[in-house]
Design a binder for this molecule. Structure first.
Ligand SMILES: [Zn+2]
Length: 444
């Protein structure tokens, strides 16, 4: 679908009469929210702005009506929203779009694990390349600028997966910032192959990671992972407590390991579903350690909604999403991300940051007010990924922006926004999505 505005093909122009969620503006002009509100025309949580784009970057952000439009072209947004491009910090591009050939038989977590394991024999380089690239095309067209993916890395699959990923990373380097995390269960690191995997990850400039499961060796497993991360200078990204078992506290074990090792790199933990079924005392103890260890949390609401509390012929009572508000109120950075896409772990999705935001708002009551939550798909994951000047509207940063026809966060969340205009370095891109038939040769 064509965009609702057309951007002039010039290096210098203004976007006028736009609306920006206050959290973006307070951050971009370095003001406290109250001061930002006083300086700019505003209504509820939105601020009226004119944005000057010059040489691919955001040059200035002024209160609406103050643009120097006599000097260069201007595009009137008619009160439409402007967001920074999305940052999707937890995905599984290697599993993506396998659904047609390996649907989850019963929709459960165990069903997903077993189905993917059986599908691994199909993961030849060409197959991985086509499916991963399809995911990148969707992400880019929807307005994402940076992606972190986990890559299944048991045995020889690790080298295959990282090699294909690296090829795509180079081909897409002008369009998407890509990071990769190895994915194995943590017992793998107690085998000799664990060190080889850490070496492989270091060679490809990746992040060390894995799935933490409760077991009697969890402390030894984490000690080994932290030791390898230090040895090879790697950041860490774990899957923790993706269950509704209140006894699952691997997040706490990760935090304790980080403090025990005085780890200085970045640590992210994903899922943390079991926090939602634990006592206040247990939660408090874990979150205080997470805060002390400076761990960032990434929540994957759509995948959790799909897998958690699923039993045949029974309606789910618990929806699996972690305690987003409580984590934020502890002063812990919490990001939102898409996770799996059209694979046994999540049957649906389209790599669309807006879809993640909209669903998260509804699932987690991230409205009334929306407040800081738009940062969870933009600057906050960028920070956790170590990307500077990404996902913000700070003058001087690249004009990687999404313009929506929606004039309020209510209109944004209510409709699909298929006519959004995505700007990369100030120029609008083709937002046509790839056709599913591109994958017919691979997944049927
Ligand atoms: Zn995941």
């Amino acid at each position: 679908m064509a965009g609702f505005i057309s951007i002039p093909d010039v290096a210098h122009y203004w976007l006028t009469n736009g609306r920006v969620p206050l959290c973006f503006l307070a951050e971009s002009v370095g003001l406290e929210p109250i001061a930002a509100l006083q300086a700019f025309p505003h209504q509820e949580e939105l601020v009226a702005v004119d944005i000057e784009v010059q040489a691919g970057a955001i040059a200035r952000i002024l209160p609406a009506g103050q643009a120097a439009v006599a000097a260069c072209p201007a595009v009137n947004l008619n009160q439409g929203l402007i967001w920074p491009c999305f940052v999707d910090m937890h995905t599984h591009l290697d599993k993506g779009h396998t659904w047609p050939r390996c649907p989850n038989p019963d929709g459960t977590f165990i069903g997903a694990l077993e189905t993917v394991r059986q599908d691994h024999s199909n993961w030849q380089p060409d197959d991985l390349y086509q499916r991963m690239e399809f995911g990148l095309k969707c992400s880019y067209a929807h307005g994402t600028q940076a992606i972190r993916t986990h890559l299944d890395s048991f045995g020889p699959l690790g080298a295959t997966n990282f090699t294909v990923f690296d090829h795509l990373r180079r081909q897409w380097q002008d369009r998407l910032t890509l990071q990769a995390v190895c994915l194995v269960s943590l017992d793998y690191f107690l085998t000799p192959e664990g060190e080889s995997l850490a070496q492989l990850v270091a060679e490809f400039g990746g992040i060390l990671g894995g799935v933490a499961y409760m077991n009697e060796d969890i402390v030894a497993q984490l000690d080994r992972v932290f030791m390898l991360a230090k040895r090879y200078g790697l950041d860490l990204d774990f899957h923790t407590d993706e269950s509704l078992n209140p006894d699952d506290i691997t997040l706490r074990y990760v935090a304790e390991a980080a403090l025990r090792h005085d780890f200085q790199g970045a640590i992210t933990c994903g899922h943390c579903c079991s926090l939602s079924v634990q006592s206040a005392e247990t939660v408090e103890k874990t979150l205080s350690l997470v805060k002390a260890a400076n761990i960032g949390i990434v929540s994957l609401p759509m995948c959790n909604l799909y897998l958690q509390d699923r039993q045949r012929n029974r309606t789910p009572r618990y929806r699996g999403v972690t305690i987003l508000h409580e984590i934020h109120h502890q002063g812990i950075r919490v990001a939102l991300s898409s996770d799996n896409c059209r694979d046994p772990f999540y049957a649906y999705g389209d790599h669309d940051g807006l879809d993640v935001f909209k669903q998260s708002v509804r699932i987690g009551h991230l409205d009334r007010p929306f407040d800081h939550w738009p940062l969870s798909l933009t600057s906050r994951p960028a920070e956790l990924m170590g990307l500077t000047g990404v996902g913000t509207l700070v003058p001087g940063s690249s004009a990687n922006l999404i313009c929506f026809k929606a004039r309020s966060l209510n209109e944004l969340v209510a409709r699909a926004q298929c006519d959004r205009v995505v700007l990369r370095q100030g120029q609008s891109i083709d937002t046509t999505l790839p056709d599913y038939s591109e994958l017919d040769a691979w997944v049927f």
